[in-house]
Design a protein around this ligand. Structure first.
Ligand code: SAM
Length: 264
């Protein structure tokens, strides 16, 4: 069956974040921006009716797709990709891809927005060895991921993501190129694994520090970090020309790295 005919008959499920992309230029643009190299493996999360999957198959040696909705099987089975019909969040992805040999691993997807953060967190925590991620996300989420110091969107999630990846906003996408039309605007972003990692002595201490520092956004760092030895923190702050009453949103990531190393 033709993809357009399939979509006409398809019963969209809101609970799965199903908004299918129907603009060929945008689909091509996403694949182009991923700059997929030869001998690569691409993972797609949420294949839908396969519009992006098809393009990815043309651009790479192998594609592994995840799709939670089995009613999409008839259309997806016509595409030359290995589709796993299951919840991505429950998969052992490293195991799923162990049979492939490849030089570079990419994740390219128009994500189901209701689970954007759990997906990114899973990719990081499961240590999926991905080189580059190109994903469409809700505009507000893209703003948070790429937020600069001293802006309202800068928070612990920004730091968590930027610890691992260089984040770039690539282009915005109108609501009108989806079926059904979503309520939110979208943006395509890329996350490229940092070539040089921050020198953090103890990641547990670092991540806890970040979470605690932003616990209440309007409070100063000192007030958010009540249980900590603030004299040690103060030394790092003053050395970097920050006052004791600074807020977490004013501090760049390298200051958090220094503080956490001082506390470790
Ligand atoms: N890639 C298609 C496109 O661009 O048109 C569909 C994108 S749509 C925004 C998100 C897709 O993710 C839907 O097909 C939905 O069924 C699927 N999905 C939702 N939750 C999922 C999960 N936990 N695991 C795998 N796929 C999921």
């Amino acid at each position: 069956m033709d993809q357009k005919d399939f979509i006409k008959e398809f019963k969209f499920k809101k609970r799965f974040g199903q908004n299918f992309l129907i603009d060929d230029n945008i689909l091509n643009n996403i694949v182009e921006k991923a700059q997929i190299e030869e001998d690569s493996l691409v993972i797609e999360i949420g294949c839908g009716a396969g519009a992006l999957t098809k393009k990815l198959v043309n651009a790479s040696s192998s594609v592994v797709g995840y799709e939670i909705d089995e009613t999409l099987k008839p259309i997806l089975s016509t595409i030359d990709a290995d589709i796993i019909f299951d919840d991505f969040l429950k998969r052992d992805v490293k195991k799923d891809i162990e049979k492939y040999s490849y030089n570079k691993l990419y994740i390219v997807a128009n994500l189901p927005y209701y689970i954007t953060t759990p997906i990114i967190t899973k990719i990081i925590e499961d240590k999926i060895p991905v080189d580059k991620i190109v994903i469409m996300v809700q505009k507000e989420v893209g703003d948070r991921f790429s937020a600069k110091v001293n802006t309202k969107d800068y928070n612990s999630l920004t730091l968590f993501i930027n610890y691992y990846f260089d984040v770039k906003k690539l282009f915005t996408v109108s609501k009108n190129v989806f079926i059904p039309k979503p309520n939110v605007d979208s943006v395509v972003i890329s996350l490229e694994r940092k070539s040089i990692k921050y020198d953090v002595k103890n990641e547990e201490v670092f991540f806890k520090l970040i979470r605690d520092s932003f616990r209440q956004k309007r409070k100063t760092l000192k007030n958010n970090l009540k249980g900590y030895d603030f004299n040690l923190i103060k030394e790092v702050l003053n050395k970097n020309n920050y006052n004791d009453d600074v807020r977490a949103e004013a501090l760049p990531i390298y200051v958090f790295v220094e503080i956490s190393n001082r506390l470790s």
